[in-house]
Ligand binder design. Sequence first.
Ligand code: 0XW
Ligand code: MG
Length: 374
Amino acid sequence: MARMRIERVTGWSIHLPYAEGSYRMAGDRVTTGMDAVVVRVVADDGTMGIGESGTVGVTFDAHHAAGQVAGVTMLASAVLGADPRSPQAVHRLMNAALTGHPYAKSPIDIAVWDLAARAADTPMWKLLGGDGAEATPLYRPVQGATPADAAAKAHERLNQGYRRLQVKVGDDPIVDAQRVLAVREAVGDETVIFADANCGFSLSAARRFVRELGVDGAGVFLEQPCATLQDCAHLRDSWAGPMVIDECITSLAALLQAYEYGIADGVTIKLTRVGGITPAATIRDVAVQLGIGVTVEDASGCNLADTTFAHLNASTPARLRTHSVDFDSWVTITHVDGPSARDGSFLRPQTDAPGLGLTLREEVLGDPFVDVSV
Ligand code: 0XW
Ligand code: MG
């Protein structure tokens, strides 16, 4: 087989403003948009791949947008000349060039996977081991200062077509519980509710919160109640319901630790947090072997990111595929051409085109911050 090599790497950064103006997580972490980095990798035969990865501000994950730009600039040169048909080999090259900094590796890794799938003339879900272009349910966060606000927002989300809600909690445990109960009352028992504290509760506040929910816990999934796996594990004494770990899933070792503690009923794997598709697929595959429900998503992006989630989740066995996010509905900018990954209340790979099946709108992205070639 003739050798193929990466001949050019280009990177852009873009700010994606929210259509709804702002987004709030526990602890008054308010953002008005998300920052993303978009990478295009081109091989010597002209085959290209694209990837998007970003953050929802510096107070969510250990991820700094300026650091991502610096890291991608450095790694772009490191991967020149590598064969993109082995994304794992390219990822090893990046690890040899730079320790840590998964957020710098992620957009390059995603672009290399897209290129590899295009070179293999296959949609990405197939390269990742999926059974078909299967659908993943969507969820959407619900915020609101008061229980009545939250209930009204929940109705709005249902009207927007979402059937799964992520109610933001993690501040005052009593008010938060009242908000969750108001949403449950408003949407009925059929709607899946995740109560996501985004690490915001101390252990004692989390204990108070679950007590206020009542004996049946309002039928909710509790997402990342406390900041550490240890505190989430201590909460097990007071919470027998399902627990989902998000922010703490930084690596395969973290997944195994969460499993060991008995708190990983579900996990959320964020591509940028772990370093792209290569590590995410390993963590996902181990989670599946352990019988853990899996969400693959990220902290930022538009339709390029959503389409990546659609393919990753489509390649997760249906019985353990949880839900994912459609950032394209959150933001006012689209920097790719191609079909939306959103299909009503689901995400789904939309074409049989190889790779992710999308192309960049360079006129929206503007000038690149890095553009290197051999
Ligand atoms: C809902 N999200 C995907 C959006 C933000 O990036 C954080 C994340 C979450 O689970 O909180
Ligand atoms: Mg979360």
